[in-house]
Design a binder for this molecule. Structure first.
Ligand code: ASP
Length: 325
């Protein structure tokens, strides 16, 4: 059996130094990475290596991720029993969700990375790569595997800036674990049908902003946003609240572009009919904002960008968030 490995860079591959710099940069290839994994050969799988990029994940783009998904799709159609993508952890929660939204196959699409680079004591990359390669369970969609935990791309968040156990799924927990090399899937989430493949040109032309609400925020920096952006995700307080002074601004924006309401808390859902003050969820939804449900702001932005690129109207966007949010 074959596992297709796509490498995009990130800490897992950072063992080089740029001239005149003290910091590490991505340098290792897929061959280097796999050679450093004790036990990988014992899996009896052929690892088909595709070195795509060697960059920090903070600079990845939607287009680059979709190119990898497309190539991974071809690898699966050619017989690979699964896909592993190695990349930086910084944007991993977004790239894995983007892939999950469009991944059309039952074969697993697993994203992994590392928190300690290969020049440090105890680098976690080799163990993460081995665990990711072991995951062959079908019909789970996009997965994130680090620290011997298997997370759904839909729920997972990077929760700590340096810890090797940084990835967690607060609302549901891990779907499974890798225990003594055995993959144990404990929870199988419902998986909505994949979205249609995005048109590259339309996707590149669509911009979606994210605004995190904070104390005494009147939203003045949102003025003019509808002239430059095609959608907005608002990360509101708590269950989806903003200062009263910001509410009319968001309502005016929602008349021109889709505005999705999410929570900045990092867990739980936006509500729909509990609080009635100006700037509360009831007020904002009545002004035309779309309820983002349980989707965190970063994932909501990924979904909204695909939807506006597909030309979805407000009703279709509300329906998509009702299904996936
Ligand atoms: N800055 C790195 C990146 O995302 C961090 C990591 O890989 O963990 O590329």
């Amino acid at each position: 059996m074959t596992v297709a490995l796509f490498t995009l860079g990130g800490t897992i591959s950072m063992a080089g130094r740029a001239a005149g710099s003290v910091g590490v940069v991505a340098r290792l290839t897929g061959r280097d990475l796999t050679a450093a994994v004790p036990g990988l050969a014992d899996l009896g799988e052929e690892i088909e290596i595709h070195d795509v990029e060697a960059m920090p994940s903070s600079s990845l783009t939607f287009a680059q991720v979709l190119e990898v998904v497309d190539a991974a799709s071809r690898a699966v159609a050619a017989g690979a029993r699964g896909v592993v993508v190695s990349q930086g952890t910084d944007s991993l929660e977004e790239t894995a969700y983007l892939a999950d939204l469009v991944w059309p196959h039952p074969e697993p699409f697993v994203v992994t990375g590392a928190m300690r680079n290969p020049t440090l004591a105890g680098p976690d990359g080799p163990a993460n790569l081995l665990a990711a390669a072991r995951v062959g369970r079908r019909d789970l969609g996009g997965l994130v595997v680090l620290d011997d935990e298997i997370h759904a791309a839909r729920w997972v968040r990077k929760q700590h800036s340096t810890s090797t156990s940084t990835f967690g799924s607060r609302d549901v927990g891990a779907l499974g674990q890798v225990i003594e090399g055995r993959v144990r899937v404990l929870v199988r989430p419902d998986r909505p049908a994949p979205l249609p493949w995005p048109d590259a040109g339309r996707l590149a032309a669509r911009r979606v902003a994210l605004h995190v609400v904070s104390l005494e925020d009147d939203g003045a920096q949102l003025d003019g946003l509808a002239d430059t952006h095609d959608g907005l995700v608002v990360a509101g307080f708590g269950v989806g609240h903003v200062p009263a002074t910001m509410a009319p601004r968001l309502g005016a924006l929602a008349e021109r572009i889709p505005v999705v309401l999410t929570s900045r808390t990092g867990g739980g859902s936006v509500l729909s009919h509990t609080y009635g003050a100006v700037g509360s969820e009831v007020d904002l939804l009545s002004r035309g904002l779309v309820n983002g449900g349980l989707l965190d702001p970063y994932k909501a932005r990924v979904l909204l960008r695909l939807l506006v690129a597909a030309g979805a109207d407000r009703a279709a966007i509300a329906e998509a968030f009702a299904t996936r949010g």
